[in-house]
Ligand binder design. Sequence first.
Ligand code: NAD
Length: 292
Amino acid sequence: MTILDGKQTSTNIKNELKEEVQLRKEKGLKAPHLAAVIVGNDGASMTYVSSKVKACDFVGYDSTLIELPSETTEEELLNQISDLNNNPDIDGFIVQLPLPKHIDEQKVLLAVDPDKDVDGFHPTNVGKMTLNLSTFLPATPYGILELLERYEVETSGKNVVVIGRSHIVGSPMSILMSQKRPAGNATVTITHSRTKNLTEITREADIIVAALGKAEFLTGDMVKDGVTIIDVGITRVEDASKKRGYRLAGDVDFASVSPKAEFITPVPGGVGPMTIAMLLKNTMLACQRRND
Ligand code: NAD
């Protein structure tokens, strides 16, 4: 069994980006500049955003964090987005999800300039991704492709089962892995909450991408020997033995699944760190497109 070490791989990617920033500076070119907007003070969202800002510092990007109170109106947020769209110094930006209930998420995502949409959530970029045209790939699926590629996990002709059909993970993952590309060319089945006989389907899978957000859902009896497991889930599970009162659990029951797996991502330290590294990669691409 080989652990797909997302923490180490993301550090490698960040070091590569750091060198690229250095080279840009030597040539007199600007460093990439990422902005992040967060509305309200949801604990998990604040943790994600601060890791993104920290990662920018590490690679030498400029970063701007815009923290707005939870009472921010939709109009105020849209104005903020318009400012970021028009600010020539900002190469890319993200609006941390979820947003407070009184704000229409779709409206906000549509307002982001597709050329600065480094999360790859704008319909223009989703469309380009679907057509396999060059664009910003959504960071989590992009990170999974990169991890599979760097560990040389064979995907061509393999049976891939994706659990979950969200717009940010499951759906793009299934599209990308079915395309003609590195870490692609797979035969993909996408499953969701209405899927019947899930276990029969997962037992046939060579590769499983679990992205449903249910702690330790996928158990050893649901997989075959030699399977590759990508665990996207991050759920906070109460744990009185931990100082912070919870532990982070994946969608996979690591104890029963890992003995059967050829490759498996851990939680934490698997897909999570890769997501941040790929956001930085998208920001570098945005900067190159805008300035070079
Ligand atoms: P979501 O909550 O938007 O969607 C969950 C999906 O799972 C739905 O499509 C639903 O149909 C499906 N589902 C629910 N119960 C199911 C069942 N019993 N059988 C089969 N399918 C079922 O999910 P999301 O936003 O993609 O997030 C999923 C998990 O991944 C969450 O734990 C989230 O925190 C985590 N996540 C991690 C990263 C990362 O960087 N590691 C990024 C995004 C999301």
